[in-house]
Design a binder for this molecule. Structure first.
Ligand code: GRF
Length: 209
C-alpha cells in the first residue's frame, strides 16, 4: 500500500530538549525539506522545544498531562492537530505512549524516532542498553507508530559504530547527529508519497529525477 497524505502539514510533539524538532525546522527553512510545521505540542510547559518553536514563529502549545487520564490528554492533542489539518504527526522526544485512539486518528501518519537500531533496545535509555549489551554498532530508527512500544514498521535507519571508549554521552551524541539527518529524510519520503507499506516492510522509493 502506497502511503499518500493529503498535505505537507506536519505537527511535532516534544517533551524536552527538542533538537530533532530544531533539525527538522532548519531543513524546512532551508527548503531541504518540503513541509510546513504548523504546530508544536508538548506535555511539558517548560520544554525547550516549545520555546524554540515560538522563537521561530511556529505555533507552540502546551497541553498539561497532569491530573488527566491518558485518553483525555490524547483527545485534546488530537483535537489541536486536526483543527490545524495536520497530515503527519512527528514524535520528537515525546515521552508518552499514545493511546489506540490516537493511533487510529492518524493511521500510518505518525512517525517516531528512537536512538537504537530497532527492534534492539526499545523503551527508555536505549543508548545505555546498547552499551551494557556490548553491541559494536548501534544507531537510530525512524518508524511508523502503531500500538506497540517502538515497534511499528521501519522507515529509515542509520548505523554508528560503538567504540571501547564510549560513554552513554559520547554514544548518544554520535547517534544524535544521524537522528537529525534521517528524521527529515523519512518525513520527506512519507510526504512525497515514496513509501510502500506491506505488513512490517516499508520500501522507500528513490526520488524521481
Ligand atoms: C532522541 O534521542 C530521540 O531519539 C528520543 O528522544 C531524544 C529526543 O531528543 N526519542 P530531542 O528532544 O529531539 O533533542
Amino acid at each position: 500500500m502506497r502511503l499518500q497524505l493529503d498535505s505537507r502539514r506536519i505537527g511535532v510533539l516534544v517533551s524536552g530538549r527538542g533538537s530533532n524538532f530544531r533539525a527538522i525546522a532548519d531543513n524546512v527553512k532551508s527548503r531541504a525539506l518540503d513541509a510546513e510545521i504548523v504546530v508544536v505540542v508538548s506535555n511539558r510547559e517548560n520544554a525547550p522545544g516549545l520555546e524554540e518553536a515560538r522563537h521561530r514563529g511556529i505555533e507552540a502549545i502546551w497541553i498539561s498531562s497532569e491530573n488527566t487520564d491518558r485518553e483525555r490528554f490524547d483527545e485534546r492533542v488530537i483535537a489541536e492537530l486536526t483543527k490545524r489539518r495536520v497530515a503527519l504527526v512527528c514524535l520528537a522526544g515525546f515521552m508518552r505512549i499514545l493511546t489506540p485512539a490516537f493511533v487510529r486518528a492518524f493511521p500510518n501518519a505518525i512517525l517516531n524516532i528512537h536512538p537504537s537500531l530497532l527492534p534492539a533496545f526499545p523503551g527508555l535509555d536505549a543508548q545505555k542498553q546498547a552499551l551494557e549489551h556490548g553491541v559494536q554498532f548501534s544507531g537510530c530508527t525512524v518508524h511508523l507508530v502503531d500500538n506497540t512500544l517502538d515497534g511499528g514498521p521501519i522507515v529509515r535507519q542509520a548505523v554508528v559504530p560503538v567504540t571501547a571508549a564510549d560513554t552513554v554521552q559520547t554514544l548518544s551524541d554520535r547517534i544524535l547527529v544521524q537522528e537529525h539527518r534521517i528524521y527529515s529524510e523519512a518525513i520527506d519520503a512519507v510526504l512525497s508519497g515514496r513509501c510502500d507499506v506491506s505488513g512490517r516492510r516499508v520500501v522507500v522509493h528513490e526520488e524521481s529525477t
